[in-house]
Each structure stands twice: as structure tokens, then as C-alpha cells.
Write a protein that binds this ligand. Sequence first.
Ligand SMILES: [Zn+2]
Length: 105
Amino acid sequence: MSNDLCLEQFATLESYSEEEHFCRQLRQCKSCGQLYFYEFYETIGPDGNDPQYSTYVPIESQEDIEALKKTDHWGLLEFFPRLLTPKNPRSAGRDSIRYAPRTSR
Ligand SMILES: [Zn+2]
């Protein structure tokens, strides 16, 4: 979890939701073995420039997984810490990973 480069290599262990604009998976870092609850969420913009969000929440236990599966996109944002990778086609260069630590609220 100390290295953003970790997010380059993932194995998908399980898929909980597979929709066109909403996807949730259990992923595992190939380098350190850390489990993450992954969510892809795309909002529909009026001009076709749909902002996309990828969120990774590190998982410690099976209870974490069950709790996360019960949330919706906004409920997921209540979890700390988490990693966010916002993607907006219009703002190239802002495509960076942000870390939301538990102390940010
Ligand atoms: Zn890792």
C-alpha cells in the first residue's frame, strides 16, 4: 500500500457486478498480495465526456468484503482508507491516483 505503482498489476479474483457503467471486483496486487475491493463508476455527461472513477479500498478481512458489497457508489466513499483514480478525458494530466486516508474526514 505504500507504492502507487502497485496499482499497475492486478489479478481479478471475483466479480460482484458487471455493468456497462458500474463494475465491482475483488482484486489482488500481484506484487504484494494486498486485496482490494475495486469499483469502476462512470457518470454520464451531457456531451459524451463521461467522467470515470476507479476506486480501490484495501481489504483486511472477509467482513470487509461483505460490508463493501452492501454499499452503493456513494456508500463506498465512506470507507477509509481508499485510493481514487479519477479519469476525465478532457483534463489529461490530472489522471493521477489520490489517496484518501482515514484522517481526511
Ligand atoms: Zn501491492
